[in-house]
Ligand binder design. Structure first.
Ligand SMILES: Cc1cc2nc3c(=O)[nH]c(=O)nc-3n(C[C@H](O)[C@H](O)[C@H](O)COP(=O)(O)OP(=O)(O)OC[C@H]3O[C@@H](n4cnc5c(N)ncnc54)[C@H](O)[C@@H]3O)c2cc1C
Length: 380
């Protein structure tokens, strides 16, 4: 651990490591990143790995589109194969309201430059004969969506950081942030004190608590989301499929196993990594109904992780008005993995140039909650 850092990043998940990677790439020296456990121990290592550009908020579409550009060259630029697969993403509409919503979303997404198609149930079956469309009214399909292995992606960034000379500290907790006259002067960690004037809160499920350390109130909360993986079978499910009405997402990994999850009806609040039999009892019948080939599949394992949720289910990214150079990139709900490459770039630009350049993310600032907000609806 170094004794003085130009930037301290709290959290070694995909968001923190992506920010550090982009800062190092831009030539910033003496960056320190702190992870209280191991790399990918947080939500990143527990997530579904979906990479989707079909959102209801233009900001999420833009960030996801930029992330896809980065994911495409991830192996070349970050140095590891992360099982990135552009098999597309199929969104299923099951109600008349969803049909209207989806049509409006597609219009906006196309305006943003996204290649996205509307499919009738018949067209869905022609392309994806393994889906039972008896309850489906229409679908939207984006061929450049896909998925990757989130754990490997997180570790790939961390390995790159070490090669680039970043001070990477695992099993080291940031315990306090010292502020004098609205300026950060240092952080206390479980392994000692470090001087710095710039802190980035990328603490995922602990974003609110890390905010409190610097005297910054961050309106996020964490809730438990469960997920499971089956045995591996021959490749069948090219796209990732999601139904908001039936409350599920599913993808097939490169090794053949199927990864799927839902939102619990009353998600447990806070950090709770337990899981329930009810989750399996709810998932199994609806998945077998929509994907009859799953009838004889064995479930191998289930687990859970935290969604860190903001009031409009969109990330909160920016700098505190009260504490100078206290930045945060938090509140990603169920879409932080897919947005992280573009978010890392944007936060690094904020630190180096004073504002984001490649994608203007100024409207994700914490100040937006003073006005009327619009909730991102395409979430499970
Ligand atoms: C079941 C599930 C499925 C999901 N599916 C998807 C999906 O398909 N696609 C997608 O894009 N997203 C998905 N997500 C969301 C995604 O996992 C998160 O949005 C993303 O991983 C957030 O990354 P992060 O780096 O902010 O958080 P994390 O990965 O949680 O990293 C934050 C890190 O900060 C560390 N930390 C906290 N406090 C301190 C401290 N004081 N000192 C040092 N370290 C600290 C934690 O230990 C943690 O490792 C899913 C999430 C879950 C739970």
């Amino acid at each position: 651990m170094i004794s003085r850092a130009s930037v301290v990043i709290i959290g070694g998940g995909i968001v923190g490591t992506s920010i550090a990677f982009n800062l190092a790439k831009m030539g910033v020296k003496d960056i320190s990143i702190f992870e209280k456990s191991y790399i990918s121990s947080g939500s990143t290592g527990r997530c579904g790995g979906g990479i989707r550009q079909q959102w209801t908020s233009p900001m999420n579409v833009r960030l996801a589109m930029r992330s896809v550009e980065i994911f495409r060259n991830f192996k070349r630029d970050v140095g590891m194969d992360i099982e990135y697969y552009q098999g597309g993403y199929l969104l299923l509409a099951n109600t008349d309201e969803e049909v209207i919503d989806f049509e409006n979303n597609v219009k906006m997404q196309r305006d943003e430059g996204l290649d996205v198609e509307i499919l009738t149930p018949r067209q869905i079956v022609e392309r994806f004969p393994f889906i039972n469309v008896e309850d489906v009214k229409m679908g939207t399909w984006c061929p450049t969506d896909g998925h990757a292995n989130p754990q490997i992606a997180n570790i790939a960034y961390a390995f790159a950081l070490k090669r680039m000379g970043v001070d990477v500290n695992t099993h080291t907790t940031v315990e306090d942030i010292y502020v004098q006259n609205n300026q950060i002067i240092g952080v206390q960690t479980s392994k000692g004190y470090l001087k710095t004037n710039v802190v980035v809160n990328a603490a995922g499920g602990f974003s609110r608590e890390v905010g409190v350390m610097g005297g910054v109130e961050i309106p996020t909360h964490s809730e438990r989301h469960q997920i499971l993986v089956t045995e591996g079978v021959n490749h069948i499910l090219d796209p990732m499929v999601i139904s908001f009405h039936n409350n599920y997402y599913v993808r097939q990994t490169m090794h053949g196993s199927l990864v799927m999850g839902q939102s619990d009806k009353n998600p447990v609040q806070g950090i709770d990594l337990g899981h329930t039999i009810e989750f399996l009892e709810e998932m199994a019948p609806k998945m077998v109904h929509d994907f009859p080939f799953m009838k004889h599949l064995h479930i191998v394992r289930q687990w859970s992780g935290a969604y860190n949720v903001s009031p409009d289910a969109q990330p909160i990214i920016g700098e505190s008005r009260d504490v100078s150079r206290y930045l945060f990139a938090v509140g990603f709900s169920g879409h932080g993995f897919m947005l992280a490459p573009a978010v890392g770039e944007a936060v690094a630009e904020m630190i180096v140039y004073g504002s984001s350049k490649t994608v203007d993310i100024s409207n994700l600032s914490i100040e937006r909650f003073k006005k009327k907000i619009k909730r991102e609806r395409n979430v499970v």
